[in-house]
Design a protein around this ligand. Structure first.
Ligand code: GDP
Ligand code: GDP
Length: 438
């Protein structure tokens, strides 16, 4: 069976050959001998994960009418596209969208081949997201920031690319939610781990490439897989004196970093301590989804108001995490422990949720019409041109404005609040990037 073909298309000098070289490595070119075509196209075999394909560089398409070779080059591109299963349209992130890009995009939108838009020369991650966002206007869907030279971002591009290739063989893929159980000593992490895994169902699996003492526990429920991270670290600390400062905080930080969702365990008898605040800060800095698990609920004497009082106490201390669901449980009796997995599901979904540019701009328009951006003391008015979600995990929205300095913290919070109110994103932090025109 011939390998599926991926056409690489774009203006000259955007980095097409560099990208082809990266995808194909040093694998030899296959030269197809096709009568009637003056310039042979060269196909290079490439693979990603378990999929093999060939890439063909179409030469630079230029739609500029005074190019002598134009008809020929365009014909090459069309032929390449006609036989391709997918195309990668490469543009130059450093130059921004050009007239040539827009013309090629208009043409590509009329073709039936799926097109992925690769914004090349994005070496730095943050800058890359912003550069890439400028290319939404081409109307080819989400731009992928990449650096063909260094390889940044090409993994995500290829992950999505192979979905468009005709299937070769079936490999079931099991998506996992990576969960870190985090909290001070004695809040009940290991009790909770036992309650969640029920000992027998737990499969302990070492993580490849890490030290032997970092061990994950895998739990399955309703066809979903949860990987509880570094459970060895949770179980280990018995009878160890960690001193006054902190108990393996670095270990906790590492587990947070590896996770999608953090189960942030608090002891209801102690309330939210300063050490808890340290952990909360790290969860937010790392942009992780979280569920606040308030444990030892069985040990509290209650009347019908107690839960509200505790909710308020925790809310007051963790006001900056008000997006996280709070659940009052007892790891000891098992009360409500089952509901934790539901909250993890929601948090994980919201953490990787994508909202269309159209919806984001509706929210913005509405928000601005209720409450227009402030003016600086010199009377300069802030203006928001448009917004677009540039990434997930956590959801990150870039806002393109005339001058970021004209927007104060109050207004930042107002806009964030509006996104929360309209879009939810329960269980996950969101990030707003305020970008000026350069
Ligand atoms: P093509 O004409 O589209 O095939 O472009 P080339 O692959 O020949 O690259 C054009 C120029 O862009 C060369 O000078 C490359 O070194 C440069 N280039 C390609 N990829 C990148 C990249 O990821 N980052 C940067 N900064 N430059 C790149
Ligand atoms: P870790 O250090 O965070 O892993 O905490 P452990 O799971 O070892 O629990 C510390 C202590 O709190 C133990 O004495 C547990 O029996 C107790 N504990 C844990 N969960 C609960 C709970 O839900 N209710 C009560 N009353 N005690 C608990």
């Amino acid at each position: 069976m011939p390998l599926p073909i991926v056409a690489i298309i774009g203006r000259p000098n955007v980095g097409k050959s560099t990208l082809v070289n990266r995808l194909a490595g040093d694998q030899q070119a296959i030269v197809h001998d096709e009568p009637g075509i003056t310039r042979d196209r060269t196909y290079r075999p490439a693979f990603w994960r378990d999929r093999e394909f060939q890439v063909v560089d179409t030469g630079g398409i230029v739609f500029d009418e005074d190019t002598e070779f134009l008809p020929l080059i365009r014909e090459q591109a069309m032929l390449a596209l006609a036989e391709a299963s997918a195309a990668i349209f490469v543009v130059d992130g450093q130059s921004g969208p050009t007239t040539g890009d827009r013309e090629i995009a208009d043409w590509l939108r009329q073709q039936s081949v799926p097109v992925l838009l690769a914004v090349n020369k994005c070496e730095s991650v943050e800058q890359g997201l912003v550069q890439a966002a400028e290319f939404w206007e081409l109307g080819l869907g989400e731009p992928y920031p990449i650096s063909a030279i260094h390889g940044n971002g090409t993994g995500e591009l290829l992950d999505d690319l192979i979905a468009y290739l005709p299937p070769t063989r079936e490999l079931p893929e099991v998506p996992e939610i990576k969960v870190a159980i985090i909290g001070r000593p004695n809040v009940g992490k290991s009790s909770l781990l036992n309650a969640l895994t029920g000992e027998k169902r737990a499969i302990v699996s070492p993580i490849s490439g890490t030290t032997r003492d970092a061990i994950d526990t895998v739990v399955e429920r309703n066809g979903k897989t949860y990987r509880l991270i570094d459970t060895a670290g949770i179980r280990r600390k018995k009878n160890v004196d960690y001193g006054a400062e902190f108990f393996g905080i670095n270990r906790a930080f590492k587990a947070i970093r590896r996770s999608d969702v953090v189960l942030f365990v608090i002891d209801v008898l102690d309330g939210v301590t300063d050490q808890d605040l340290k952990l909360a800060g790290r969860i937010i800095d790392d942009g992780k989804a979280a569920v606040i698990v308030v444990n030892k609920w069985d040990a509290v004497e209650k009347d019908s108001y107690t839960i509200y009082d505790y909710q308020k106490l925790i809310q007051d201390r963790l006001y900056f995490m008000d997006w996280a669901e709070k659940i009052f449980v007892s790891a000891m009796t098992g009360q409500r422990v089952n509901k934790i997995l539901d909250l993890i599901d929601t948090a994980a979904e919201e953490h990787s949720r994508r909202v269309s540019t159209a919806v984001i701009n509706e929210v913005l328009q509405e928000a601005v019409s209720w409450h227009s951006p402030p003016a600086t003391r010199q009377g300069k008015q802030g203006r928001i041109y448009y917004g677009t979600q540039v990434s997930t995990k956590p959801p990150t929205i870039a806002l393109f404005v005339n001058d970021p300095d004209r927007f104060n913290d109050n207004y930042h919070r107002y806009i964030e609040g509006q996104f929360r109110q309209q879009l939810g994103f329960t269980g996950t932090p969101i990030r707003l990037l305020w970008r000026g025109k350069k």
